[in-house]
Design a protein around this ligand. Sequence first.
Ligand code: NAG
Ligand code: NAG
Ligand code: NAG
Length: 241
Amino acid sequence: MKIYTVLVLTLFLKTYSADILSCGSSLGYSIPTMCRISGGSVADGESLQISNANANITTLSFSNTEFTSIPADTFVKFQNIKVFYVTNNNLKSFYGSSFQNAKQLTQMSLFTNQITAIPNQAFSLCSSLNKLSIYNNPIIDLSESPFAGLTQLQELSLEDLPLESFDSSIFVHLPALEKLDITNCSLRVIDKDFLDSNLNITEIKLYDNDIVTIEDGAFSTLVSLNYLDVSYNLLTSLKTV
Ligand SMILES: *[C@@H]1O[C@H](CO)[C@@H](O)[C@H](O)[C@H]1NC(C)=O
Ligand SMILES: *[C@@H]1O[C@H](CO)[C@@H](O)[C@H](O)[C@H]1NC(C)=O
Ligand SMILES: *[C@@H]1O[C@H](CO)[C@@H](O)[C@H](O)[C@H]1NC(C)=O
C-alpha cells in the first residue's frame, strides 16, 4: 500500500457511520469515477466512510452503486451540499426527513432507481432546490403534494415514468417552475387546470405519451411559454382561440 493510500484511508476512518455511504464497486483502493465525492477526497470500497475533514463537500455524487436508501443524516453532517446525485442505484423509497438541514441544496438527481412513490411533502425541507430530476423510476402514481415547499424550483424532470395520470394540483406548489419535462410517460389527458399556478413556465415537453385530449384552456395562463412539444401523441387536431 502506498503512503498516499494509507493517508486517504485514515481520513475516512472517523465519524461517519459505516455502510451509509457505501459504494459497492471494485475491490481495492483505486479511485473509481462513479463513486465520487467532488470538492473533497475520493475513495471506494465496500464501506466508504467520510470524516469531518470532508465537511465542506458541496457536490456529492453516487452513481452506479448499490444504494437502497438516502442516508439519514447526510445533510446534517455535510451542511454545504449544493448538488446531490443518487442515480442508477436501487433506491426504492426515501423520506422527507432524509433532507433535514438541506437548505443549501440547489440540484438533486434521483433518476434511474426503483422509486415507486414520492412521499407526501417529500421535498419540503429543500427550500433552495432549483433543479430536480426523478426520471426513469417505476412511479405509477403521483398524488397528494409530492412537490410542496419547492418554491424555488425551476426545472422538473419526470420523463420515463409509467404514469397514466396525475392530479394537476401536484404542481400548484411550484410558483417558480420554468421547465417541465414529462416525456415518455403514459399520460392520456391534460386537464384545463394543468400548470394553472405556474405562470413562469417557458418550456413544456410532453413528447411520446398517449395523449388523446388536451382540455381547452390548459395552457391559457402561460404567457411566458416559448417551447411546447406534444409530438408522438394521439392528438387529431389543433384548435386555436
Ligand atoms: C470549511 O468551511 C468553513 C466555513 O466556511 C471554513 O471556516 C473552513 O476553513 C473550511 N475548511 C476547509 C478545509 O476548507
Ligand atoms: C420510456 O420509458 C420506459 C419506462 O417507463 C423505458 O423503459 C423506455 O426505455 C423509455 N423509452 C425511451 C425511448 O427512453
Ligand atoms: C417569475 O419570473 C420573473 C421574471 O424572471 C421573476 O422576477 C419572478 O421572481 C419569477 N417568479 C417566481 C415565483 O419565481
